[in-house]
Structures are given as structure tokens and as C-alpha cells.
Design a protein around this ligand. Sequence first.
Ligand code: FEO
Length: 389
Amino acid sequence: MKEREIRPGVGWVGALHADRRLFDSLIPLPDGTSYNAYLVRGKKKVALIDTVDPTKTGLLLEKLESVPQVDYLVVQHVEQDHSGSVPAVIERFPAVQVLATPKAKAMIVDHLGVAEDRIKTVEDGETLPLGDRTLEFVHAPWVHWPETMFTYLREDKVLFSGDFLGAHLATTDLYATDRGRVYAAAKRYYAEIMMPFRTAIKGHLERLARYEFSLVCPSHGPITDDPRFILDAYRSWVLDRPKNVVVLPYVSMHGSTARMVEHLVGALVDRGVQVEAFDMAGADLGSLAMALVEAATVLFATPTVLVGAHPHIVTAAYLINALRPKLQFGAVVGSYGWGGKAAEQVIGLLGTLKLEWLDPVFVRGAPKPETFAALDRLADAVRQKHEGL
Ligand code: FEO
């Protein structure tokens, strides 16, 4: 694939990675991903914005083969899926100057072994003239590392947004033409990567409201030529109140907890509460993360293994705590053989969320009529809490 033109003199020189199935050895990539790099040609100088994952360096260099000179390499984010080919670009263009935030400079040295004197730091709001074009650097920390920044191409009104507003989607569509597909992938990306940084993101959305731009060029997934589409989606995910939705991660070993889950889901639905249930023995973590974006309540259902919750529920609780969704309420239900402290253990794993915990429901052995009655009372309590949203 050759360079793909976005504007005259501005092109996509990234790489698709359609068969990548896992990111960070954790995050499922059902649609693969892309690593977007962009070439901006001014009358006097040429800048490359980001590189690609080191597994795809060859694809980037191929697109740069006929480019006589790159003067600046803008590193918006040091995570290796974007910076991993920086050393190869320096080798290909020995005079290139690397530009990054002060925090990123140290990280480029640490992670990539680039010599310090090859890197020039740029301040927030600093501009870089390329001749007839100007780049403006916008520091944007915690998208989703501390060193991140955006780049604004003033004359063309193009925002290069790094991981922000992106989507893990390997598609040959240069632009977000299939809105439904891009929306779902962007929501998954937000849930998995950006959700823990909602406060920072709120600030970035406010800052970007002062800029006029007609194109959003993220570091993953298609370019958006209707910025409102993706910005409105982010605003709703970050700013809106949680909805009348329960997320229910569960595991069952011999059927007791499964019967409780079945009853509880029915009781909640009967009371008008939407439920997203996930069998954590095989659940897609991305789907779980997506469901958490708008949910008000999390209900864990677990059998007792030795003295605590099932390890899949421990993992779910740990991840949910780390993702920091807008959840307000929680409860733990389940079963045990002879004792244990599964509920206390799960609650202890969710300390950063400051949830209001509803009464747990646990049964020794198989669920009894009084177990189902207690689950009904829990469903009543959830409905009542959700009325106040
Ligand atoms: Fe796409 Fe945070 O790297």
C-alpha cells in the first residue's frame, strides 16, 4: 500500500495489523488495529507525525522510500505501538530532529535508546513553521500516559489526536464511513484505554472546543471527517449520568451460582432494569469494559473457591477497579460449601470506586426459596437506587 493522501501534501503512511488479536497481552482486538503515522509537507520543511509498531517498521519505511527528507519526527506518545519505529526512521533520515514533550523525552531515551541530543522538547502551545504550514503542539497529559500531546495543523484545520478519539480497527477505509462499526470500536477503545482518565479527558474536550478542525486523525483506526461524531460520543461517555443498567460478571462451578444469576437477571428485567451479564469463564473483556461505560450498578456472582471468590471474579473486580467506570452501586452474591469470605474479598478489590454496597446474598449449597426471595429484595433495591439516577 502506498501513501494515502488526506490533503494535498498531507498523507497517511501508517500500517494495518489485521491479524493482531491481543494488545498488552490482555486486551482482545476482534478487528485488529492500525498504527497511523502521518506525513505533513510544508514548502520548507517536512514533518512525520508518529511512527508504527516495531513489527510493521518495513511498511512505514516502504511508504517513505520516495520521500527525500524528513526534517522533524513528532512523537505524540511513547508507547511502542507508535514510537517503536523511531530508531528506524532516525537511521533512514539521519538529520531528522525528534520533537516531543519534556516528559516524553526521558521516556524516548529510556524505552528506545535514542540519544538525548536527538530530541528537542516542545512546550504546550508552541508552533513549528514548515513554510506554508504550521504545526501547533497541544500538551494533553494522560491520554493515556503522562507524556502525551496532540498536534494541530493550523492551515488545514486538522487535529492529530494520538490515541485519543481512536479505535482498534484494521480497515482499508481511510475515513470513518461505516459509522456504526467505527462508533462501536471507538467505544470499546474508550472503555479499555481512556475510561480511567475521565477527569483529564474532560479537560481535553474543553480545550479542543476552542479549536476549529474539520478532520480528526487518530493514531488507531479511521480518520473522522465529521469531528462532532466522535467528540459527541466521547462527551456522552465521559459526562453523562450513568444509566439504568446493571453489569453482572459471574462464574458458576456446579450450578448453584448459575441458578442465582438466572433468577436475579429475571428479577431485574421484570423491574425494568437492563442487565449485561458476562460469564467470566470465557467473557470478552472488551465487551465487559464497554458495558461498564454507562452502567450504574455492578453485581458480582461467584462461587467460593477455598475461602474466597473464584479467580475469574477476582480478575474482573481488579479490572473494573482499574478502569474506574461511573458505577455507583454494587453487590456480591453467590454460594459456598462450608464457609468463606468471597463478598468481603470482592468489595476489598473495588476500593477506588467508592461504591454504595447493597446487601450480599450468599447461600450454602444449592439456592433455596429464601435465597430467591433475598435476590428479589436485591433487585428491588437496585430498581429503587436507579430511580434516583
Ligand atoms: Fe496506541 Fe497508547 O498506544
